[in-house]
Design a binder for this molecule. Structure first.
Ligand SMILES: Cc1ncc(COP(=O)(O)O)c(C=O)c1O
Length: 362
């Protein structure tokens, strides 16, 4: 088998080797059932136990209480761009939602919401090329159905440091790229959703946390599989769910707990990101994308002086086992995604490589 690389890809992202090894070991025979988990009914006890433990463990790790329902839905994060307005826009008669746009995913979420109601854009980071999170102290019309933001902007490496106060109006967060990467009081949100493929497991599903009083508000045309109330009532099993994704997510959550939980994840993510920001701040050669006050602990983004140097950087880093560092096509440059599974040694190897590269080519 070829040696495993340090995978800095933004998602699907790397998973801990021990999680993958366990999956590998169980593939022919899941706990004496003589079949793998992906060959067993999603309604049979082995999977129902997995589903139950996944929910319990997420609640324990995140501190989420019984005020919120928790379930999985198909279609990754972008399906939630449709599900959110379908389920929440009718909360108020005006059927208007406010979007705080701090990057491309927010742009797409707002565009989708416009199909089902009206939207207002209260914050738009476009004029800053999304390098910073604009301050927002605006007032909200009390007849607003919800306020939507993206907690971590995967492409640019910015992250909300302090969430806005929206009073009675439910705050909705696309937390795809920073779920469980730091301590967050999720109970203050009306709704949180996250595609699994960065901090939790394989791609394809989204985890949804919703305050229970917000269930049952879906527009009549809401497709069955996007209806939050039904997803809650059916405990993620309105149809055949992605058994494999939830099975791996449980292993990932167990791994996080074994490491010491979210507080330890946060401390490590701070430490890892700091290593890279230190290199960037001490250099005239590298240029960080994100405004210092809005920097993400999950995605670190930067440019080199020109395309040729960036290409050399990517080529040479790959030879050192530092994989998938190319920035998103909208931003260019380099992006190091350093989610929970990325070990400190991987980030240290990247920081060392950056210093060496600057020494050679700077
Ligand atoms: C913040 C955020 N939202 C949404 C998405 C889209 O996720 P999906 O491909 O699961 O629809 C991504 C993917 O990278 C993301 O980072």
């Amino acid at each position: 088998m070829s040696q495993r690389v340090y995978n800095f890809g933004a998602g699907p992202a790397m998973l801990p080797t021990e999680v993958l090894e366990e999956v590998q070991q169980e593939m022919l025979d899941y706990q004496g059932h003589g079949a793998s988990i992906i060959e067993i009914s999603h309604r049979a006890p082995p999977f129902l136990e997995i589903l139950e433990e996944t929910e319990e463990l997420f609640r324990r790790l995140s501190g989420l209480g019984s005020s919120h329902a928790l379930f999985f839905m198909h279609g990754g994060a972008q399906m939630q761009f449709s599900a959110v307005p379908l389920n929440l826009i009718a909360r108020k008669e005006r059927q208007t939602a406010v979007y705080l746009i701090t990057g491309k995913w927010g742009v797409l979420a707002e565009k989708e919401a416009r199909k089902f109601g009206s939207t207002e854009i209260a914050v738009d980071g476009k004029s800053f090329d999304y390098r910073k999170i604009p301050a927002w102290q605006g007032t909200l019309n009390p007849e607003t159905s919800y306020v939507h933001l993206t907690s971590n902007n995967t492409l640019y490496g910015t992250q909300w440091q302090k969430y806005p106060e929206t009073g009675e109006i439910p705050l909705v967060s696309d937390s795809t790229s920073d779920i469980l990467s730091r301590k967050v009081d999720y109970s203050r949100f009306g709704l949180v959703y996250a595609g699994l493929q960065k901090n939790l497991g394989p791609s394809g599903l989204a985890l949804v946390l919703i305050r229970k009083d917000l269930l049952g508000l879906a527009l009549p045309q809401t497709p069955k599989l996007l209806d939050y109330q039904l997803a809650d009532e059916q405990r993620s099993l309105a149809n055949t769910t992605s058994v494999f994704s939830i099975y791996v997510t449980l292993k990932m959550l167990r791994w996080m707990e074994k490491q010491g939980g979210v507080a330890v994840m946060e401390q490590r993510n701070q430490e890892k990101s700091q290593l890279l920001y230190e290199v960037l701040d001490g250099s005239e050669f590298y240029h960080a994308v994100a405004n210092p006050g809005d920097r993400s602990i999950c995605n670190v983004t930067f440019h080199l002086p020109d395309d040729k140097k960036e290409n050399n950087f990517l080529e040479q880093s790959l030879k050192e086992g530092l994989y998938a560092l190319k920035g998103h096509r909208d931003v260019g440059g380099i992006r190091a995604s350093i989610y929970n599974s990325m070990p400190l040694e991987g980030v240290q190897a990247l920081a060392d490589f950056m210093r060496d590269f600057e020494g050679r080519e700077g």
